[in-house]
Design a protein around this ligand. Structure first.
Ligand code: 13P
Length: 247
């Protein structure tokens, strides 16, 4: 079983999202795989509504505010995302951290809000190139995980996505060994915190320039339980191919 998730980022508004859903046709994807798409918030409803829906696809929101409602112009809350059809929530994506300045404290509050609303948090962690080159990979990803662990452990379910910042949208992919090494570090911390059985229910996905041509190799690496795909998830055929490649 693997999780194949597509993060559409700021692409595919309601019209394009409807077209995607009409043509994605995941019938050929092995049924053991769990498929999730993360549309922009304005497309959540059309993606989750029955007319355009592919029954295999689950839906998540890319970002939430940590409050449930209030005077926060431009923000959306976890209960609103759930109402629009989301069952998952990305938290701490590298673009939120590095482009929008989201701190570990913000991600902790957002995980808490997701859990409160019954959304499944997908915590994203990952190091910059400079952090990797200065030997701080483990320290950074464990700090990001530890900041949210108390909130994650009370969730009925959660996922982790390891996305090295230097591999996102750059065409640079971590090698399967790079991914395995980082995933093993995260897995060990989860086992310490939740026990071996508790940790085993938490998939750790790899993200960063995953494409149809490298998905199978990455997915077969030790400790890699799925992929979180950006650019290559926007085209229905490419998303389907990635999901099928991992059979
Ligand atoms: P790319 O697959 O475009 O590198 O994006 C990865 C990502 O950020 C998924 O969340």
């Amino acid at each position: 079983m693997a999780v194949i998730a597509g993060n559409w980022k700021m692409h595919l508004g309601p019209s394009d999202a409807t077209d995607f859903m009409k043509s994605v046709d995941t019938a050929s994807v092995p049924t053991v795989h769990e498929l999730i798409v993360f549309p922009p918030a304005v497309s959540l409803h059309v993606v989750s509504s029955s007319a355009a829906r592919d029954p295999r696809l689950q839906v998540g929101v890319q970002n939430i505010h940590w409050e449930d409602s209030g005077a926060f112009t431009g923000e959306i809350s976890a209960p609103m995302a759930a109402d629009a059809g989301a069952t998952f929530a990305l938290v701490g994506h590298s673009e939120r951290r590095h482009v929008f300045g989201e701190s570990d404290g913000d991600t902790r509050l957002k995980v808490k809000a997701a859990v409160r609303a019954g959304l499944v948090p997908v915590l994203c962690v990952g190091e910059t190139l400079q952090e990797r080159q200065s030997g701080r990979l483990d320290e950074v990803i464990l700090r990001q995980l530890d900041a949210t662990l108390d909130e994650l452990r009370v969730a009925e379910r959660f996922l982790i996505a390891y996305e090295p910042v230097w591999a996102i949208g750059t065409g640079e992919t971590a090698t399967p060994a790079d991914a395995s090494d980082a995933h093993a570090v995260l897995r060990a911390r989860l086992e310490d915190a939740l026990g071996v059985a508790g940790s085993a229910t938490v998939p750790i996905l790899y993200g960063g320039s995953v494409k149809p041509g490298n998905a199978a190799e990455l997915m077969s690496a030790a400790d890699v339980d799925g992929v979180l795909v950006g650019g290559a998830s926007l085209d229905p055929a490419s998303f389907r191919e990635i999901a099928a490649a991992t059979g």
